[in-house]
Design a binder for this molecule. Sequence first.
Ligand code: TTP
Length: 649
Amino acid sequence: MPIARREASDARVIAHVDMDCFYVQVEQRRQPNLRGLPTAVVQYNAWKGGGLIAVGYEARRFGVKRSMRGDEAKKACPEIHLVQVPVARGKADLNVYRDAGSEVVAILSQRGRCERASIDEVYLDLTDAAETMLSESPPEMLEEINEEVLKSHVLGIDKNGEEEGETAKQWIGNSDASHRDRLLVCGAIIVGELRMQVLKETEFTCSAGIAHNKMLAKLASGMNKPAQQTVVPFSAVNKLLASLPIKKMKQLGGKLGSSLQADLGVNTVGDLLQFSEEKLQEKYGINTGTWLWNVARGIDGDEVEGRLLPKSHGCGKTFPGPQALKTITSVERWLNDLCEELSERIQSDLDKNNRVAHTLTLHARVYKANDSESLKKFPSKSCPLRYGTMKIQEDALKLFNSGLREFLGLYKAESKVTMNNKWGVTALSVIASKILATPGTCSILKYFRGVDPSCSTEGHANNENILDTLPTSHSGTESCLGGDMTDLPKESSCEETNSNCSKLNLNRDGKRTNKRNSEVAGPILRYFSTPSPSCSSSQHARHGIIQDIEPSSTPARDGCSGYNLAESQNGTLQGETRLSNSSPSLVQHGQEKQQWSFNVEDIDPSVIGELPPEIQDEVRGWLKPLKHAKTAKRSSNNIAQYFLPTRDT
Ligand code: TTP
């Protein structure tokens, strides 16, 4: 559910930068002979030529679309070059794209607060940089303005028959414009410079939207692709939204947008203007109603979070149709591979960034054979994350086994899994989340070993020491495994894993309008078209219970991992359990019930996009109530700024 927030200021300068056909550009940089040629990147699964996941703009001109498979794309464009995503451990390996995205982020973050929103897009808050530019070197004083900036598309300005570049030039040089328009001009100049820098240093082109808030910036960045930028002055907002189809707006592409169409007859965002805030609240609840009222007016108070690193890491794999996994042994084999990759990634994060992941979560999509009521979903499970590939593998398998017993309805310890309990796994994912910096690690290490990792460039060696000193979450090492499902462990033994706090999350919003505009090609466009430690809690560890990830109605509380760095800095290690005090939301299929808390912010939105499609929807579905709960907390704290969510859609 969207969260209604007021804008702190109506003169912020926010940019949304989105890489153009990103995976294709990465592949074209790896194989420069593909530059300028119709190219698409296809999935690892080679059925019917593989599903297209990224399509270059040259191929789009032939009608090639992401929804196609390779064979279909070849029919539409016989010249197309299909590049398969790199493969590791029998599945797509996205590291090359992640690393390429990081290169871009490193450049874009130089001029303002930067939020990495997905593998290939970022938000920038350029307000301070724009204010500084305006006071020190206002646009009309600049001797030369970057050609990319002059090619900006400025929404709502009257062209009067002039070339677009000429109109933009006049808009940029208008010293009589309002303060906030002049700030946007500075934002456009800064973004134009950044885009040029990205091109020079990485060989990648990107497109951008520049506006007064994230919602409008995101909307604009997709309006003129590839390699162009679009500005949304305040005066253009109403006209823009008046004709914008409701489903194109972020967060309105799904059920809420459909309900607006069906129940209120709303077709464009502007159509919402006819409804009062009270009416929208009455229909959709106070928070969503206010959010909709804001959206209709282009108001969005979301801040750009300063975050360059992902909030979580995830690895997943699908097993469609006959590939479904039907024995514990085959599940274990794939889980081992996924966990190995996850382990490498969190280890690398620790080595490079001194960050520790605290929670391990397992998602699966499982069906029951011969069961017409198979709509029941496999329960996702989580536990404190223990570093070390084997430990992660062991815990992930226990989580799976626990989930499977529950899925099969075998709640009692004495229940036997028989051959009648046939099942098949069509998707598996493991996620490491609640990733925290380790500011207290120095003192912890000193306390235990007298080693200070941050004072050394030998990150890896020292991080091994960190891991050794981190408390492990449980000592249950007995194997829950067997060769087939009859060896599925009993609930009691599976419960010897850990408890934990969970988190989930969302994302990837509606499709963009991708309109090629070659007439206004600036230098970038010309370039583009040229070929060429585990969170042990003493209490949890004692109970050692796996918990479900069901959204709590209570807000997150910090420290739910039980590993409190502040206390560590004082030289003491205390595994403190912090559980919420209100209604329990976690069903425990053991002997007791416990309270539960979660932190939705701990999972990077972009990670959802990396999970198998079957799982993405499910995870997104969970996020809605989670967000709701978060809002409730805010609301109760400060009713003047936030709105009580009394009803949901
Ligand atoms: P997008 O930004 O959605 O698309 P794009 O960069 O390929 O093209 P555009 O110029 O229109 O923005 O996605 C970024 C990358 O994420 C994309 O290159 C491939 C990957 N991706 C998938 O793997 N699966 C998907 O379903 C989508 C939408 C993207």
